[in-house]
Ligand binder design. Structure first.
Ligand code: RAM
Length: 360
């Protein structure tokens, strides 16, 4: 299998996996296409694969290239694509996560006749017309990390149930600020479907759970998943809100930039920071006492399951209907839920006691 990675610069890097020929030769045989039928569970049973994956191509489009979270997620995606035996796996994407930045990349995939497109949408609607064109041309569409409007894709592979992410974030900030005080949210881009879902459910949880009646969100700011902008937004929050007790940053770029700012500021150890972060980026801030606890999932698993979902769609094993099942390689069987949703797992919390066990 051939793997190509390209960005806005037009520069193309070709990587050839040593094991590609062997895996391609296995074709769709490695997909466990008959898992639903074997389980004998009736509703979940699906027909065996009909189209050969070894003739098909898959392209991953993250929110943006050069985001460490995307890099880990894509490593899982290409690992899955290689195991499955796609003829070719590509990674393309914009260098910034603005609403319409992915449209030209989608159009290029349609032109190229790509069979499976796996997309982390920067906006629920901006990509829809381009996705519709891709589907008309025969592509299967899987979203991961951040969904588009559900009518514009076949399946959304979501890391964790969105409400569960929000509840975990609220629990962590409440525990760390002692249950009361002003908090702020430092998000990614203002249009990101995933971020906005999590923020909506956080606000609902804070408003409806009496345990949180003394916590108030005083500001929501957007660092656009840009390190410098996130750093400046963190600085601005602390200047504008002298009584701020804590910041929740549900983005790996935002939490790392905020931690860097806090770690050398007068607020270190006084203003709490939690959210969603990569253990490898946050380790030093946990060790130096800037951050007590934050959460995430394994982004590689998200990419890996998305690759298998794409293969199951492209082979005809599943259609995206509720109750269908497919096997996501070593991560086992997954079931399609309401609204074409596939859930990867639970959030993990990282703190000084366990962060040493994780390497991503
Ligand atoms: C950032 C992105 C991504 C989100 C993670 C937690 O890297 O905003 O979409 O899922 O953080």
């Amino acid at each position: 299998m051939k793997s190509l990675i390209s960005g806005m610069t037009g520069k193309v890097t070709a990587l050839v996996f040593a094991s590609a020929l062997v895996l391609t030769a296995c074709g769709s045989g490695s997909m466990e296409a008959s898992s639903g039928a074997e389980s004998g569970d009736g509703a979940g049973a699906t027909p065996a694969a009909s189209a050969s994956i070894s003739d098909q191509t898959i392209t991953f489009i993250p929110k943006q290239l050069n985001n460490p979270f995307s890099d880990v997620m894509l490593s899982g995606g290409t690992k899955g694509a290689e195991e499955i035996g796609f003829a070719e796996a590509n990674i393309v994407g914009p260098l910034e996560a603005s609403a319409s930045s992915q449209v030209s990349f989608l159009n290029a995939e349609t032109q190229a006749g790509t069979n499976v497109i796996v997309l982390a949408a920067n906006d629920p609607d901006a990509v829809c017309p381009a996705l519709e064109d891709a589907r008309k041309a025969g592509a299967k569409i899987v979203t991961f990390d951040s969904d588009t409007n559900p009518k514009c894709r076949d399946i959304f592979v979501n890391q964790v149930v969105s409400k569960r992410v929000a509840i975990t974030l609220v629990e962590m900030i409440a525990e760390q600020i002692g249950g009361e005080g002003e908090i702020a949210i430092l998000s990614a881009t203002a249009n990101a479907t995933n971020q906005n879902e999590w923020i909506k459910y956080m606000e609902e949880e804070l408003a409806s759970n009496p345990a949180y009646s003394k916590i108030t969100i005083v500001a929501k700011v957007y660092g656009d998943d840009d390190d410098t902008k996130s750093f400046q937004e963190a600085q601005g929050l602390l200047q504008a809100h002298p009584n701020l007790k804590g910041i929740v940053s549900p983005t790996t770029v935002g939490i790392a930039a905020t931690a860097r700012y806090l770690s050398t500021s007068e607020y270190k150890g006084k203003v709490v920071l939690t959210g969603l972060g990569l253990p490898n980026e946050m380790r030093s801030f946990v060790e130096d006492g800037t951050v007590t606890e934050f959460a995430l999932w394994d982004p590689a698993q998200l990419g890996y399951v998305a690759a298998y979902a794409g293969a199951a769609l492209a082979s005809g094993e599943i259609t995206g209907a509720v109750g269908e099942t497919f096997t996501a390689g070593e991560l086992g069987e997954r079931t399609i839920e309401e609204n074409g949703l596939v859930i990867v797992g639970d959030p993990l919390r990282f703190n000084k006691d366990n962060i040493g066990n994780y390497d991503f």
